[in-house]
Each structure stands twice: as structure tokens, then as C-alpha cells.
Design a protein around this ligand. Sequence first.
Ligand code: FES
Length: 203
Amino acid sequence: MNTPTQNFEQPTSFEFTPEVMDMAKAHIAKYPADRQASAVMPLLDLAQRQHDGWLPRAAMDYVADFLGMPRIEAYEVATFYTMYNLEPVGKHHVQVCTNLPCWLRGSDQIVEAAKRNLGVEMGETTDDGLFTLSSMECLGACVNAPMMQINDDYYEDLDETVTESILTELRHGQTPKTGSQIDRKSCEPIGGLTSLNSDAGGD
Ligand code: FES
């Protein structure tokens, strides 16, 4: 979702709400006084969250002006990272990792299950505005591949059935279980600990 299109309306203005402004100032305070531009990523993220999950150009301009940096530099950040959506997305942004480790572990089947359940192709949003389906490169959870990210949550160790079940639960307003779907703890080996395990004779 990092390629802007023009078939939707761009708002002409944007500004932080007072509540978001407080959060923005807290981020800026982490950096030296003349280095406030270092806060561009969290501020773009705040702007996106305030604006229904996507970043209009007016929001990028606002953040750049607020930080006293060239607007082009804010565009460069927003167009580089896939975490920023430059066009509207559904309430649930379903991002299936299709990078190599996830692909080797069956991401093609996860993609097909998501398409089947949602009735959309990659890059599309469902007619009810609930879901947008996207393909992502590595999301950093390869050890529990295949996986997908939906908004701020990771769903790992997926198969087709579990993928469809997660999407159906979300459609019904429920809260599916996050993390590993096969109940492994964090990213431990599927077969259990093999080292640093007193039962296995380790120290
Ligand atoms: S390859 Fe999918 S999370 Fe890294």
C-alpha cells in the first residue's frame, strides 16, 4: 500500500488534535532541540492513526512543516516504508507476508485463503470497507512463518483454516487470538526447548 493513486479524495488540510499534539510533543522531546526532524516517523504514524489509517498529502505536509523539515523529506519517508498507507484502507488492514521464509512455509496458501474469505484480490478493499488485503515483504516474524499482520497485531504459524477463521472472527466484531496459532511460546522450537533446558541436561 505504498503506491499512491488518485481515484480518491485528498483532504485539503490536516492538523493534530490537542490529544495527538501532546503525543507528538512527547516524541519530539526525546531528541535534541535542533534535531526534531528525527521524530518524523512517529509523527507520521500519529497522523496516520488520527486519519483513519492512511496518510493524505496534507498530513505529510503538516508533519514536515511542524518539524521544520523540507516536505520532500517527509514524502521520502512515507513512500519508503510500507507501514504508511498513502491511500485509504479498510478498518482491518490484512498484510500477508509473502517473503521467502513465509513463502517456503506456505504463504501462497495463506494468500489464497485470505482472497477466498474476503472476496478481493491483493491491493483491494472489500465493498463494506472492513478489509484491505496487501502483500508484504518480511515483517520480522519469519521464525513463526507463515504469518500476517492485521493493524497492530501479528498472527503467526498460520494455515488456511486458521487464516479464514481469524478473518471471519474480525468480520463478526470478535477479537481473534494473536501470536502463534499453534500455541508455541514466543518463538521457541515447535518441538520444545532443545538447549538451556535443565530437563535436557543443560546448565
Ligand atoms: S519472511 Fe515472513 S516474516 Fe520474515
